[in-house]
Design a protein around this ligand. Structure first.
Ligand code: HEC
Ligand code: HEC
Length: 347
């Protein structure tokens, strides 16, 4: 009898331990899913990181919708009237995508950016994406100081100031009014990065779930691990026009990539003179125009225009933004030249 009691006691104990284990595991999995749907900002803050200086504590979806209008159309309907356009020449989406641009958010590699654009139907633009910009902490990095001089001083560490800089100078427009800036910030908040967008390990996810048990040192380590999974500020390297003796003139270039770049970058702005007087298409005429200038150092040379863009001249405020090395590599430029050569010589 005693023995039987003992056995049943043990078996009860074992089932108890086993079920509590699996309960725990299930509980932890539910928590992991929950955490993956949390914003990076919330998780970092929980772990003891400082708030960013543009932090928005409560997302206002109505404001975010107005921000979306401003970004896509440059204006919105307000009090039954159309608001004044930010720029007569551009909207934000002429130069910036509004979705993720890399499958791996720590990447800044232009080939990965092009492949991602191909697979996800995105444009290949000179500006960085505004998706996830809410989570970045430095702007107009690297060589942009050459282009915008001391204007970048106030913009480097401020999302609001860099938005103002871009609205006025990059988009040849004007400074935003208070309500416009606020609406755009709410739109940025709405498009912030979530934990699920990062490639965190299962172990790191467990640590996040159980963060209350971590000491300060471990929390700091976890903050670093999270921040290492996405870019805090995009690098920007300006390149000089490639000297003639270094140009490969398309030799060895990948024509398919070249076509992608031409379609997703050049034609997006130039086809049917969308934002400029210069019409480009994939016909022989456009090809020949570029091919005839391929050895020169003027604006119609691909080697020159891509690295320098154009300046907004007095009287004409449209200008072409340059491509940094991070946004178009020299190898990609060579791919583009290979494609241009092909269409120039088309029968
Ligand atoms: C004609 C092109 C163009 C237009 C139009 C434009 N931008 Fe930009 N913007 C750029 C370029 C180029 C940069 C340089 C830095 C980068 O994005 O990598 C930039 C930078 C920024 C930055 C800082 C990004 C960073 O990571 O450094 C913000 C924020 C920004 N723009 C917001 C806007 C908003 C909002 C609009 C619309 C009101 C707008 N931009 C319109 C070209 C443009
Ligand atoms: C964000 C829009 C945009 C993109 C992308 C773009 N351009 Fe431009 N491009 C312009 C604007 C605006 C001008 C200025 C022309 C003007 O004054 O209207 C210009 C000017 C030029 C000019 C100089 C015209 C001249 O006679 O001075 C060339 C050549 C040119 N672009 C080629 C390209 C090529 C090649 C690409 C692809 C790598 C490209 N553009 C991508 C907007 C763009």
């Amino acid at each position: 009898m005693n023995r039987l009691l003992l056995i049943s006691f043990f078996s009860l104990l074992i089932t108890g331990v086993v079920t509590s284990f699996s309960w725990r595991a299930t509980f932890e999995n539910v928590e992991k899913v929950h955490v993956s749907l949390t914003s990076i900002e919330d998780v970092l803050y929980r772990l003891g990181d400082q708030k960013m200086n543009h932090t928005i504590n409560e997302l206002d979806l109505e404001k975010a919708k107005i921000g979306e209008d401003l970004i896509y159309f440059g204006r919105t309907d307000r009090k039954g009237k159309k608001s004044k356009r930010i720029s007569a020449y551009f909207v934000c989406t002429d130069c910036h995508n509004m979705s993720s641009e890399y499958s791996d958010l720590k990447s800044q590699n232009p080939s990965e950016r092009l492949a991602y654009a191909e697979n996800n139907g995105l444009k290949f633009l000179p500006g960085s994406t505004l998706w996830g910009i809410y989570n970045r902490t430095s702007f107009y990095n690297g060589d942009y100081v050459q282009k915008y001089g001391e204007l970048v001083d106030d913009a480097r560490n401020s999302l609001e100031n860099s938005t103002q800089l871009c609205a006025k100078y990059c988009s040849s427009g004007r400074h935003l009014e208070e309500w416009e800036l606020e609406a755009i910030m709410h739109y940025f908040k709405k498009n912030e990065i979530m934990i699920k967008d990062l490639n965190l390990s299962e172990d790191d996810l467990s640590l996040i779930v159980n963060y209350q048990r971590l000491n300060d040192k471990k929390r700091e380590k976890l903050i670093t691990a999270i921040k290492n999974e996405y870019v805090q500020g995009y690098a920007a390297t300006f390149l000089e026009t490639m000297p003639r003796d270094k140009r490969k003139y398309g030799e060895g270039g990948n024509v398919e990539n070249g076509k992608l770049i031409y379609d997703k970058a050049c034609m997006f702005c130039h086809e049917n003179k969308r934002v400029t007087y210069l019409h480009l298409d994939d016909g022989k005429l456009s090809g020949k125009m570029f091919w005839q200038n391929i050895k020169t150092y003027n604006d119609r040379s691909l080697y020159q225009i891509i690295r320098h863009g154009t300046f907004s001249k007095t009287g004409r405020k449209q200008y072409m933004p340059l491509y940094t090395e991070e946004k178009m590599s020299d190898a990609q430029l060579n791919d583009l030249v290979a494609y241009i050569k092909l269409i120039a010589k088309k029968k």
